[in-house]
Design a protein around this ligand. Structure first.
Ligand code: THU
Length: 131
């Protein structure tokens, strides 16, 4: 699965975004080590704190299907009616990703048809690992 194919799946998932409050549509496509892809979108709520990000929707969907090993995630984000913009996982999503993914796990996003790629290690250095 190429990064481009994965971001296209993220965009498709973003079409299902339920975001009547922020009007910001996010999609995520999570590639598992076994080749499966789990998609998610952001799901907002009138009680704002109950919202769920696209990345966590994708991770929780995978976990619920018994899948726990991942290679990379593509994230698409766009204000309704505008172009896609670089969209990186929020702090809570970075923490959730760090529960299941190695530091070399890749995070891909796209703007103006150009992909940018980083790693979980870069996004969440010195992460909390045990207690
Ligand atoms: N959002 C995501 O789905 N993923 C992110 O990484 C950042 C933010 C959502 C949450 C909310 O529904 C909207 O984008 C605006 O913050």
């Amino acid at each position: 699965m190429t990064d481009k194919e994965l971001i296209e799946l993220a965009k498709k998932a973003g079409n299902n975004s339920y975001s009547p409050y922020s009007h910001f549509k996010v999609g995520a496509a999570l590639l598992a080590k076994d080749g499966r892809v789990f998609c998610g979108c952001n799901v907002e709520n009138v009680s704002f704190g109950a919202a769920n990000c696209a990345e966590r929707t994708a991770v929780f969907t995978a976990i619920a299907q018994g899948c726990r090993e991942f290679e990379k995630i593509a994230v698409s984000g766009m204000r309704e009616g505008e172009e896609y913009q670089k969209t990186m996982p929020c702090g809570i999503c970075r923490q959730v990703l760090s529960e299941f993914c190695t530091p070399s796990f890749e995070v891909i996003t796209e703007k103006d048809n150009e992909l940018s790629k980083t790693t979980l290690a870069e996004l969440l250095p010195f992460s909390f690992k045990s207690f």
